[in-house]
Design a protein around this ligand. Structure first.
Ligand SMILES: [Fe+2]
Ligand SMILES: [Fe+2]
Length: 353
């Protein structure tokens, strides 16, 4: 490996001497400047393994040189050797403060010069190896985290798929509803990670329907009051299936499953929670779920027109649904239509998800 060394010294004779010594070391290439300002520009723009700078120079002294050099991005760790006279203790202190790595004393001893340079280059090289290793490790962690997230997403999709086997609601409903939910969350100004979390967790809202008997779940007509009571349990079943997980997505899914049939005026189930006592994700999911249920065909009903469904949702603001979530939903009507268009019933929605 060849090292690049920069020498900045106003005395030409020193430049010649240092260049000759570096050449003798066999693995160094040097660039030298007798003008400190030009040397600084080179130090700030070129990549060197070591910078050797004299203290006493007319245009810019060594301490100011080092100060400006260290302020340049990416130059924080590059080794800098400063050349001073033996009696300049105060200068050395200031140079250390400015970021000098080590010193050479005038008159420069050849053997000491080469030994110091060799040490500095080795120090820089090991620092680079460490930095590369840190970058490699960070990249590995990023990859592993991505894989974990991917697996988590797959778990959610497979869980939702299992529920879909029994649920007459289509996979597209799950996907549309999740996207509407994310849209509302974004409209409410929630942080990006929260919006993504909602998008991933919302598909599990009805997972508890796996615990509901077919005679109720697939009944084409209206449910009797007893059947409806049994049907209501799907929110608690969903919560039971998903709760207690260490995964944030599943935890969120549990909360949404439990709360998505709560109503803003307190008349919902299972908790009869009112207003802001209902977690925000559940209030959002409720708007998305009801809108998509109304505008989709089900065994017991035809799909409502967009106008009729919109009117119904608007009329439910404050009673069934959170008014703020409803307003936010309709304020992004164009995106709502795009989601509806993008995830139509005939597509394999789970794959899209
Ligand atoms: Fe539900
Ligand atoms: Fe639903």
């Amino acid at each position: 490996m060849t090292y690049k060394v920069l020498i900045v010294d106003d005395a030409e004779i020193n430049l010649v001497l240092f260049e000759a010594l570096l050449k003798r070391m066999g693995n160094c290439e040097s660039a030298s400047f007798s003008n400190a300002v030009a040397g600084l520009v080179s130090a700030q723009t070129e990549d060197y393994d070591l910078v050797i700078v004299d203290y006493m120079m007319p245009e810019l002294n060594g301490v100011d040189f080092i100060t400006q050099f260290r302020q340049t991005p990416g130059r924080e760790d590059m080794p800098v050797l400063m050349i001073t006279a033996n009696d300049q203790k105060q200068v050395r202190y200031r140079a250390l403060d400015a970021g000098a790595t080590d010193f050479l004393t005038k008159p420069v001893d050849k053997i000491e010069f080469m030994a110091r340079v060799k040490n500095m280059l080795q120090l820089g090289a090991s620092r680079k190896v460490l930095a590369d290793r840190a970058a490699w490790l960070a990249e590995e962690v990023r990859k592993a985290t991505y894989q974990i997230k991917e697996r988590e997403r797959e778990t959610v999709i497979r869980l939702s798929k299992a529920a879909e086997y029994r649920d007459p609601e289509t996979g597209s409903h799950i996907v549309r509803m999740a996207h509407y939910s994310e849209l509302i969350a974004r409209g409410l100004g929630m942080p990006r990670e929260e919006c993504e979390l909602l998008l991933e967790a919302a598909p599990m809202h009805d997972i508890g329907k796996v615990g509901i008997t077919d005679s109720i779940l697939l009944k084409p007509g209206r449910l009797t009051p007893e059947e409806f009571e049994a049907m209501k349990l799907h929110s608690v079943y969903g919560y039971d299936i998903l709760k207690g997980s260490s995964s944030r997505v599943l935890q969120t899914g549990a909360a949404i499953a439990l709360g998505h049939h709560e109503k803003f005026d307190g008349s919902g189930y299972p908790g009869g929670l009112k207003g802001e006592a209902i977690p925000i994700f559940s209030r959002i999911a409720a708007v998305a779920d009801v809108f998509d249920a109304l505008t989709s065909e089900r065994p017991y009903k035809k799909a409502w027109s967009l106008e009729r469904a919109s009117e119904h949702i608007k009329a439910s603001a404050g009673s069934h649904l959170d008014p703020q979530c409803v307003t936010t939903f309709f304020s992004q009507w164009e995106s709502v239509c795009q989601i509806r268009q993008r995830f139509q019933d005939d597509e394999d929605a789970i794959t899209i998800l």
